[in-house]
Write a protein that binds this ligand. Sequence first.
Ligand code: 5CA
Ligand code: ZN
Length: 409
Amino acid sequence: MYAWPASEVPALPGKGRDLRIHDTSTNGRVTLEPGPVARIYVCGITPYDATHMGHAATYNAFDLVQRVWLDTKRQVHYVQNVTDVDDPLLERARRDGEDWVGLAERETALFREDMTALRMLPPQHYIGAVEAIPGIVPLVERLRDAGAAYELDGDVYFSVEADRHFGEVSRLDAETMRLLSAERGGDPDRPGKKNPLDPILWLAARPGEPSWDGGSLGRGRPGWHIECVAIALDHLGMGFDVQGGGSDLAFPHHEMGASHAQALTGEHPFAQAYVHAGMVALDGEKMSKSKGNLVFVSTLRREGVDPAAIRLALLAHHYRSDWEWTDQVLQDAVERLGRWRAAVSRPDGPSAEALLDEIRTALADDLDAPAALTAVDRWAALQETTGGTDEGAPGVVSRAVDALLGVAL
Ligand code: 5CA
Ligand code: ZN
């Protein structure tokens, strides 16, 4: 499917630094060494209750990854999915007496608008689960034929024992895995499974639910993890640079995805780094569709909030921390945006050379956006108090904030 329009990324003087980023699988920072074309897969939305601030914060983190890469003069190959058929989507459509296709299309359209307004760079390949089905079926057949998957009452399960690296992405103990599996779409208590953690690859058709031709698998629909694996392998191949999502995807989603791909190809790793963003909360609890404690990007936009201020509110928090959305967070961002706009609207100002270096250094250091904002704050304060005589400086600052932080001043 189509993604959304790209906003231009202004060229900056000099060159950025290579990104060091926290990798969940090693629980430490790694220096990424992408080739001339950096490859990134970011898990997309399940299209209902989009786009809330938690979604926006996670996509903001991976937008920064790409902006750092672009600043090192690399190209970026970015792939994202849309989980446009899955249990939670079907449940929501049923609850609301709505057609699931209509719900998915409407919410995906809203997500595109929000991403455009927030100046998030679009993926080159934006792929729905439904359109990926013809590529998913042969992968499940291959896993089954290789003995890495088995049938249970018509459904097909992946055997986690088929991958000797299973567990290396999230590094969790068996009991925690079991608890999270039950919480996050798995069915550890279903009788007949070889291992309670084994995830579904292909779900046989259920009455009243959509289903597709699955070749030798019979009619049905794909499991969640194999969806992202099929799309990533198709468009990026093994060993791509970053697999991204919120921290709630580390297990089971990214763990299982890595094992599917490694069992399929015999190669390791699926991704060079598994990068996870913290969870945004509202009123003390993780913002989530199931709880309904949501603040939407589109609601704020409708109320007249400048999307650049929303983006600054996200950037004020380190991507790995869990944080709370409040009115004050937004208010602070609105005020900061005003100060920055005033500072770059003058014909001259203090030199921007050191500032550009500080922003680059901050972002290359595990995407320390809050440090980058503080550096711009300092420059803006200097501009307000003493000013400066560098005629190019306000333009450089404006372009740097746009290119590296995605904020148009
Ligand atoms: N479709 C799957 C991924 S293949 C999915 O998880 N969809 S989602 O709509 O539930 O979430 C989309 C992205 O937003 C995921 O990376 C998820 O980890 C992230 N996310 C969801 N809630 C929050 C939150 N409260 N804070 C930060 N990120 C969140
Ligand atoms: Zn995914």
